[in-house]
Design a protein around this ligand. Structure first.
Ligand code: PAN
Ligand code: ZN
Length: 203
């Protein structure tokens, strides 16, 4: 007997429209504007200015109709637009899965990074088209666009994992990704904008 809360869906195909990142059939979609990212960029003044200067869309998420329920395997396509705020590359809010379950990302377009933080250790994975990033259970994750084009990736995750955004506000993400000439500079999370310390790492 099935122990799932809802009966599994019937098999079905989902068509990905590469030109404009549509899914057919399509489920919920959302867009995150700069004003939705309060408290996430190190340089609060630069964030306030960006909100005042038109409050741009930083990223969008398009989901398939697979529900976020136990034993299902929902998918979504995230597109992060290129830019930086106070030198910090545009990024997703980042979250922890309250039910610690793994997830995979597949790079589709552009160049990004997958920042992972388990509360003590931070890791950075370079993601480009064709690269799969694995997020182990218990690692908070945030995606960053480090290129000049939109960065797009597919995410596949267990339907019962959940999304805790408060965890990142409390614990941080270990590192921040900053624009430095034509490189990505990873600096300690608490370092104020523009004052990268000696432990900064370049990629
Ligand atoms: C992804 C993310 C998506 C948007 O589908 O939810 O990239 O990032 P935030 O949720 O941090 O705003 C995922 O990791 N799902 O579990
Ligand atoms: Zn996730």
């Amino acid at each position: 007997m099935s122990t799932s809360a809802t009966p599994p869906l019937q098999p079905f195909a989902i068509r990905f429209g590469a030109d404009n990142a549509t899914l057919e059939p399509q489920g919920p979609t959302l867009q995150r504007r700069m004003s939705d990212l309060e408290g996430l960029f190190a340089d609060r003044r630069a964030w306030e200015q960006a909100v005042a200067d038109g409050d741009p869309v930083v990223y969008t998420v398009v989901s398939s109709p697979v529900p976020e329920t136990a034993r299902e395997l929902p998918q979504s396509i995230t597109t992060i637009f290129p830019g930086d705020t106070g030198g910090e590359f545009w990024m997703t809010k980042g979250h922890q899965h309250p039910d610690p379950q793994g997830e995979i990302y597949l790079g589709l377009e552009g160049h990004g990074g997958l920042l992972l933080f388990d509360g003590e250790r931070a890791e950075w994975l370079d993601i480009s088209p064709g690269v799969i990033g694995y997020i182990p259970p218990g690692w908070a994750h945030r995606s960053v666009n480090v290129g000049d084009e939109p960065y797009r990736f597919l995410a596949v995750y267990p339907g019962s994992a959940g999304h805790d955004y408060g965890w990142v506000l409390t614990h941080g993400m270990g590192l921040r990704a900053r624009r430095s000439a034509d490189r990505v500079e990873l600096v300690p999370f608490g370092t104020p904008a523009g004052t990268a310390g000696p432990t900064a790492r370049s990629h």
